[in-house]
Write a protein that binds this ligand. Sequence first.
Ligand SMILES: [Zn+2]
Length: 306
Amino acid sequence: MPVSLIPSSGRRSFLKTATLAASASAVGIASSREEPWFALLADTHVDADRKKEARGAVMAENVMRVVAEILEEAKTNGDPQFAVINGDCAYLKGLRGDYETLRPLLQPLLDSGIPIHLTMGNHDDRGPFYELFPEAETPKSEATIEKHLAIVESESANWFLVDTLQIVDNVTGEIGAKQRDWLARELDRRSGKPAIIVGHHYPQYMPEDSDARVTGITDTVEFMDLLRSKPWVKAYVYGHSHNYGFKKASGDIHLINQPPVAYLFDEKRPNGWLKAAVSATGMNITLRALDKSHPENDETKNLTWT
Ligand SMILES: [Zn+2]
């Protein structure tokens, strides 16, 4: 897998042409003077209809508000190194019309030279997604697995964007043996720096005799065993539950459950986005809730790599 390094002097112009610099190619990020930070978004659930409302949220409007907040934040703290929408970018079925509506909502970030990565959730569909985001497509020569993957190398950590979409509009997620092999190999090639894994579904350990429906990652045991076997893996960032929070998995891996940009299933929980400042020793995560009166708004959680 090639590594495309972006020269610092050409960063802006490169990002303007590469825009959504995803795909299975690794993308290098030039160092900057400001504290490096990343905008973490999940579950935008944008419908073809910009006015579509679900559970009291107008999804396109929420995306516009978050994009405006990121650009506002950039004025004081410098541009984020990238923004990521961690799955369920589309409303329910990953329709072409959904991505058609989503793309221009993200344009202000691209116009500012901020790269955007999108991962696949259970409400996405790679085919229509690639039609509207062709630059994100895994190059045919490298597409040994039908997953949408990206690696982003940054100053203090490497980011591995995985694909947990199993079947469109079916709740269960899956990494799969081929993707686990790919991830193991790529992690081994970058063992010198902390690794942060980003994927839509949450890990879910099922009791052996359970026949309940799996709503998280169906191969959680194999996936988490893999992450634990690489001690430089420090965090797994996911969405899917629409329920913001933090946990720690055995092996000292931080589990970061992002808030949704779209609607909530529990209205007491916040929606919005996360500002993640990453250093060589940890990550400070600040919640930017859409409801500025939410008690957790602007709170920072300090995670330390052990
Ligand atoms: Zn969702």
